[in-house]
Ligand binder design. Structure first.
Ligand SMILES: [Fe+2]
Length: 276
């Protein structure tokens, strides 16, 4: 469910387009919160099991009650590494992409990323960058990138993030020119986290999700994780796809403020074919 209920500049969808390509809607700034597909619900529940086993807890959102922050960071980092490379997860992710209507042959997929946020994480200096407003394209990604975001559990709005839809076509002050993909990926230079340097004064639009629901949005959308007084952990999975031909023809939303260096296209690989 999205809130607030009214915003003039943008309409959020809760179903997939049936007669036109989903990507064309995403490129114009639409955000889709699709009901869970069998594949996405299975994906969320598979992740829940992995997290429970690794953290040895029955309620993953209360894992911080039995682990100190450092131990939790270490174990979730191990999980994140595993999820990014596991073939079962990648096959489920591929099914989600197809179930969401992205069936053309030339879609490429980046590694899925399991994210976790501890309660009041924004007070932790090391975790603070995760709460900075940004466009994902500020990290040298193609303008046509499409983002998927799935709640591993049900998450109320204070545990998710906000979109600033009026900024889809307007520049936001940022330091993306300090981010260089080659330096970041080879760790030969400063891995500057790219963010805006001023408070954005524009309507913000949040949402809640049920486990396995699929949020689909442009990587060009400016968004920001909410700094809320929360007492539970947040687990989510996100992954990114790009249409190869759109990368080659520079199709997608117009770049209004991204000055990052390099091009992160080598992170993407063809989506595995469906297992029968
Ligand atoms: Fe992001």
């Amino acid at each position: 469910m999205f809130y607030p209920a009214i915003i003039e500049d943008m309409e959020f969808k809760t179903s997939l387009p049936t007669e036109t390509h989903t990507k064309d809607h995403i490129y114009t700034g639409e955000v889709i919160l699709a009901p869970g597909f069998p594949s996405s619900i299975l994906l969320a529940r598979t992740l829940q099991s992995l997290i429970k086993d690794e953290l040895k807890v029955s309620d993953i959102r209360r894992a911080h009650e039995t682990h100190d922050s450092v131990a939790l960071h270490g174990k979730t980092s191990t999980l994140r590494q595993f999820v990014s490379q596991d073939s079962t997860i990648k096959n489920l992710v591929s099914s989600v992409v197809r179930d969401a209507g992205f069936r053309e042959a030339d879609w490429l997929l980046d590694s899925p990323q399991l994210r976790s946020l501890q309660p009041l994480g924004y007070l932790n200096t090391a975790a603070k960058p995760a709460y900075s407003g940004h466009r994902d394209t500020w990290f040298s990604y193609p303008q046509c990138m499409v983002n998927f975001w799935i709640g591993v559990t049900d998450l109320s709005a204070e545990y998710t993030f906000e979109f600033y839809p009026t900024k889809f076509k307007e520049p936001v002050t940022n330091n993306s020119k300090e981010f260089d993909y080659k330096a970041w990926s080879t760790k030969t230079g400063t891995a500057t986290f790219t963010q805006n340097s001023e408070t954005v004064n524009a309507p913000a639009y949040g949402f809640s999700v049920k486990e396995g629901e699929v949020l689909i949005f442009s990587g060009h959308h400016y968004h920001k994780t909410i700094e809320a007084e929360t007492n539970k952990m947040r687990f989510s999975l996100d992954f990114r796809i790009v249409c190869k031909s759109d990368v080659q023809t520079s199709n997608g939303p117009k770049n209004v403020d991204n000055e990052s260096g390099g091009f992160a296209i080598d992170r993407f690989a063809p989506i595995p074919s469906r297992k029968t």
